[in-house]
Write a protein that binds this ligand. Structure first.
Ligand SMILES: Nc1ncnc2c1ncn2[C@@H]1O[C@H](COP(=O)(O)OP(=O)(O)OP(=O)(O)O)[C@@H](O)[C@H]1O
Ligand SMILES: [Mg+2]
Length: 301
């Protein structure tokens, strides 16, 4: 495993997804989750991915993390084609309750991957302490995950990923199960860690506002079998905060644009469709104004 000192040069291509295609085998030809995905992520970038439920976002992350073999195409990380879980990558999943070991303390949970990485005891101790401090959990190393709130447990999962000193961090809807205030805090935590560590982040979310708030780019995926509908550049100042950034007119413009794309995706639109006829009765052009669903951030837009 490489160390932070041999991080890829900022701006160089870190992740290269080439003509990725994935079919889950099964009756009637199986389930084609990914039709054709090609994109690059540069070192140090924060890229978010949004798309309808069932589009293939988790499938994509599983292919990138080497947990799932593509049917065709390639994932190349730091110049090497992935054929299994690669070194230099950490993953944070949505379900913190299942991702932490209940019989290990907070510190032991964070330390475990470092043992597998073969680091010495003193170095492990230093990395665990630094990571817990970075996520604001320096005072609970001896607690067990089940003694913590949901937001704290997710911070343990983030600390574990950060302590590993990955070159790339994959996050699959990591904040979907926490309340709105905790979610905002965790978003700011991810931005802060990203700035501090220079790690490359690929972040899947259902929340359009979250994707804009966090990302430098937002990849909008079509419905299954998925392709990229648009690679949207987020032209917002690098310094972001929950009030100012979300009130920026450019934020509102991006929200409307991405919302429109996701609505089209949900109605079956695909690039290359010459004439797109929305489903009868579809009201996709009107954002919802209430509720706590995936587009709750649109309320009051
Ligand atoms: N292990 C599997 N075997 C067969 N089909 C699967 C498997 N995992 C996912 N699928 C199918 O592949 C498609 C994409 O699933 P995936 O979980 O990647 O979607 P997603 O975009 O992450 O959805 P969500 O936003 O709801 O998390 C779905 O139709 C799903 O039913
Ligand atoms: Mg998913």
């Amino acid at each position: 495993m490489s160390t932070p000192t041999d991080r890829p040069a900022p701006g160089s291509t870190l992740l290269d997804v080439r003509a990725l295609h994935k079919v889950y085998p099964g009756a009637d030809g199986g389930t084609e989750a990914i039709r054709d995905l090609t994109f690059e992520v540069r070192a140090g970038e924060m890229v978010c991915i949004v798309g309808p439920s069932g589009a293939g976002k988790t499938t994509l992350l599983r292919c990138i993390s080497g947990l799932l073999a593509p049917s065709s195409g390639q994932v190349v990380l730091e110049g090497t084609a992935i054929s299994g879980p690669p070194k230099g990558m950490a993953v944070v999943f949505q379900e913190y309750a299942r991702s932490l070991f209940p019989w290990l303390t907070v510190a032991q949970n964070v330390e475990l991957p470092l043992k597998e990485k073969g680091l010495g005891k003193a170095e492990r101790k230093r990395l665990v302490a630094t990571a817990l401090d970075a996520v604001g959990l320096a005072d609970v190393p001896a607690s067990y995950p089940w003694q913590l709130s949901g937001g704290m447990q997710q911070r343990v999962a983030i600390a574990r990923a950060v302590a590993y000193e990955p070159h790339i961090l994959l996050m699959d809807e990591p904040f979907a199960a926490v309340d709105a205030q905790t979610r905002a805090d965790l978003e700011d935590l991810v931005r802060a860690l990203w700035h501090r560590l220079g790690v490359t982040v690929l972040f899947v979310t259902h929340d359009i506002d979250e994707s804009i708030y966090l990302g430098q780019r937002v990849l909008v995926l079509s419905g299954r079998p998925t392709v990229i509908l648009e690679d949207v550049t987020v032209n917002l100042p690098d310094e972001r905060d929950q009030l100012t950034t979300r009130n920026d007119p450019e934020f509102a413009r991006l929200r409307a644009h991405i919302y429109d794309l996701v609505q089209k995706a949900k109605r079956g639109y695909r690039p290359g469709d010459d004439v797109f006829v929305p489903a009868a009765g579809a009201r996709g052009d009107l954002p919802p104004t209430v509720g706590d669903g995936p587009y709750a951030g649109l309320a009051g837009a």
